[in-house]
Design a protein around this ligand. Structure first.
Ligand code: GLN
Length: 455
């Protein structure tokens, strides 16, 4: 097919389902078709094509695209248009991708259901009464509903892997530092990573190939050789040593999710993999450590939304201090305010040592748990989410219940490791279940190969 045909098919599907799924904050069909035409013209002229030439890709609405809106699903940025491209955007453009659609999210990526968006609540294409997960719920749902061929999300504590699991797609969070964060609206800078949503692990390998690499505009970007990820899928055949962390199979795990994971374990065992139990003893502290560090960093990152520069500006303000107050009071939603208040509290003098500093120390112990496990195993296998998709509204009023959705994913961010969620079957109610595989730092080629075996 030509890119115009493919892009038109994606536009037609979006026209058919978007009123129900609500995955996008904005779309621009004319612009996408113009990019597709340009790709077809390159092909007709016999030019060398990029690895994603003519493929419609949608971006989470926190990733900058020059001259396009970037809202972070917040009233604060409702009218903001980005003056520049994120590094990943530049790379997608250079690879020939057709940039299409701005996917909805929980405001500033804070949440696990995409219900915290200031604009709309995205629904799960597998059951419209359920959430798609979050915070990259729009990216996951758009892909699952056929409204894109691949999408990008960001993952601070599970925001790619959990919605991937709930929407039956592949979601990859690479090692911290592998993909540049330049042009990503920051939530918690020491945890944020951009990554792809795709239908298959092979597609994830192709997307990662385009996105990975050092960038001098992101000081935490890592210099490392980028292997051929797609070739690794067939070159690396195992058998692998897989670790099952005993702390991840206790209270709160839905029995049907547990059964699906057992099935995956049996598959790998039959394939000759050695399966051993491992221990990540500091797992019980992950949630507390995450909500101290993530909120601390968020409170600092979100200080830039001051009502003066590119943000919402209150019309009611009497003076400059009042302008800060009112613009932020009007511009931020309740979850974002909750995070800012928590974050400023744990950073305030007198509490800094008790909370923030201690959390940083425990974070190191959490990372050491994983590195110790990797002395005896190649990868770690867990559920992605403790339950399949939950009903919209079910956890909206209970932040703690919502935070527990990330219990299996946040340790990976705290440790800076790569993690992938792949489809692993369905519950009796027909809702998708995800399998998480956790890899060693910068060893995405191995992680993708393990995931590909079960895909
Ligand atoms: N759900 C988690 C939170 O609300 C993780 C979000 C994310 O990964 N961006 O912070």
């Amino acid at each position: 097919v030509s890119s115009v045909q493919l892009t038109q098919a994606v536009i037609d599907q979006t026209t058919a389902v978007e009123a129900r799924v609500q995955a996008f904050n904005s779309i621009n069909p004319e612009d996408a078709l113009a990019q597709a035409k340009a790709s077809d013209a390159r092909r007709a002229a016999g030019e060398t094509l990029g690895p994603l030439d003519g493929i419609p890709v949608a971006l989470k609405d926190v990733i900058a695209v020059k001259d396009q809106p970037l809202t972070a699903s917040s009233k604060m940025l409702e009218n903001f248009v980005s003056p520049y491209d994120a590094t990943v955007t530049e790379k997608l453009k250079a690879a020939g991708a057709v940039l299409w659609g701005r996917a909805n999210l929980d405001e500033f990526a804070m949440g696990s259901s995409t219900e915290n968006s200031a604009f709309k609540a995205t629904r799960n294409p597998y059951n419209l009464e359920c959430v798609p997960g979050g915070s990259s719920g729009g990216s996951a749902a758009a892909l699952a509903a056929g409204e894109a061929i691949a999408t990008l999300g960001s993952d601070t504590g599970g925001s790619i892997r959990q919605p991937a699991a709930l929407c039956n797609v592949v979601g990859l969070k690479p090692t911290y530092g592998l993909i540049s964060r330049y042009g990503l609206a920051a939530f918690a800078s020491s945890l944020d990573q951009i990554g792809p949503f795709t239908r298959t692990v092979e597609d994830a390998a192709m997307m990662l190939q385009v996105l990975a690499g050092h960038d001098r505009r992101d000081s935490t970007s890592f210099k490392t050789d980028i292997p051929n990820y797609r070739a690794a899928l067939t070159e690396k055949q195992g058998p692998w040593k897989l670790g099952i962390p005993k702390e991840y199979f206790g209270e709160g795990l839905d029995p049907e999710v547990g059964a699906a994971i057992e099935k995956a374990i049996a598959f790998y065992r039959e394939r000759g993999c050695e399966i051993t139990e491992v221990s990540l003893p500091h797992t019980e502290y992950c949630l507390s450590v995450y909500y101290i560090i993530a909120t601390a960093e968020a409170s600092s990152n979100l200080a830039r939304y001051d009502g003066i520069r590119y943000t919402h500006r209150s019309a009611e303000a009497k003076d400059v201090v009042d302008l800060y107050y009112k613009s932020r009071a009007e511009g931020f939603g309740p979850e974002v305010k909750r995070r800012i208040i928590l974050g400023t509290y744990v950073l305030s003098s007198g509490y800094y040592d008790a909370y923030y500093l201690r959390a940083q120390k425990v974070r190191t112990l959490i990372r050491q748990d994983f590195l110790k496990a990797y002395e005896s195993v190649d990868a770690i296998l867990t559920p992605t989410s403790p339950t399949p998709a939950f009903k919209a509204g079910e956890k909206a009023a209970n932040p703690l219940a919502m935070y527990l959705s990330d219990i299996y994913t946040i340790g990976v961010n705290l440790a800076g490791l790569p993690g992938i969620s792949i489809p692993a079957g369905f519950s009796s109610a027909g809702l998708p279940i995800g399998l998480q595989l956790i890899g060693q730092p910068y060893r995405e080629a191995d992680l993708l190969a393990v995931a590909h075996a079960y895909d």
